[in-house]
Design a protein around this ligand. Structure first.
Ligand code: ZN
Length: 292
């Protein structure tokens, strides 16, 4: 049993990205999932223009999930600027509708707005009041990228963790996972820093201080954070085994991620306990998303 916390899809492949690829269709995702042994996958709508070449609505994702029962778990997603581009927009109206339709969380938030923008906090507030976990992407700056903007060291994320203590924040992206160590090296904060993880990174500090911070291990960034220094990675996964979740972030049919193989090897070699392995690969997701 493996649950993937982070996948994207669209009904029809549609227009290509700048790199020539398209999103994987649901049928293509199922092929990949069967090959990788992934039982169920969370589908994240792409609703912000900064984050996608081809948007997908919550309605589209709900329809896809219904079409393939038992395989896909729908999340809802709203751009923080939805409806009136105002911090007073009633986000609860949307969330209650999507909750009734079966959505289990919100995300991936990719709007390129400051992490502490009042419109973003309005969305956090509504999610917290409904106990709906959120997956977010962090962008290093405004413009030329996507994701909620935070500074090096993630001070705005820290303020949000303190301000919304009952909201479960699932962190993702290069500028999030680069903070596993105190320096980014030549790769920079929007890249994949390599080599030994020195003590003093902001993420270990934030994980220790805020029980509402979770880690989405999807994509190259999540895999890199727990594999660049394997001994550090095993220890980090054991320590935070209740708050780390397996994911792939497969967008295109050709995408591959070594994380599933890495975790299976760590288990087989006795580097990771069975308990931690099961929590990270599916038990945490089942608990967090209240799956039957
Ligand atoms: Zn994603």
């Amino acid at each position: 049993m493996i649950i993937d916390i982070h996948m994207h899809t669209v009904h029809k492949a549609g227009i290509t990205r700048a790199n020539g690829e398209t999103y994987a269709t649901p049928e293509q995702l199922l092929e990949i999932m069967d090959r990788m042994g992934i039982t169920q996958a969370v589908l994240l709508p792409e609703v912000s223009p900064e984050g996608s070449h081809c948007l997908s609505s919550t309605e589209e994702i709900l329809e896809i999930a219904r079409h393939f029962p038992g395989r896909f778990i729908p999340f809802c997603n709203m751009d923080p600027r939805i409806e009136l581009n105002s911090p007073q927009t009633d986000m609860g109206r949307f969330l209650d509708y999507y909750l009734a339709q079966g959505c289990k969380g919100l995300g991936e938030i990719t709007a390129n707005l400051p992490f502490d923008d009042p419109r973003v906090e309005n969305l956090f507030d509504a999610c917290q009041s409904r106990d709906l976990p959120v997956i977010f992407h962090i962008g290093p700056q405004e413009g030329g990228c996507y994701g909620l903007v935070d500074d090096p060291g993630l001070p705005k994320l820290e303020r949000a963790l303190a301000r919304f203590p009952r909201l479960k924040f699932l962190g993702h992206s290069q500028p999030f996972w680069a903070e596993i160590a105190p320096d980014y090296g030549e790769a920079g904060r929007n890249g994949y820093p390599s080599g030994p993880v020195k003590p003093g990174g902001r993420l270990p500090e934030l994980f220790a201080r805020y029980p509402n911070l979770y880690g989405d291990l999807s994509a190259g960034s999540g895999y890199n954070a727990v594999s660049r220094d394997p001994e550090f990675g095993y220890h980090f996964m054991e320590t935070y085994q209740d708050r780390l979740l397996f994911g792939t972030d497969i967008c295109a049919p050709s995408n591959d991620t070594p994380l599933a193989r890495y975790l299976a090897a760590a288990l087989a070699e006795g580097k990771l306990s069975l308990q931690a392995y099961e929590k990270i690969t599916w038990r945490n997701a089942a608990l967090l998303l209240r799956l039957e």
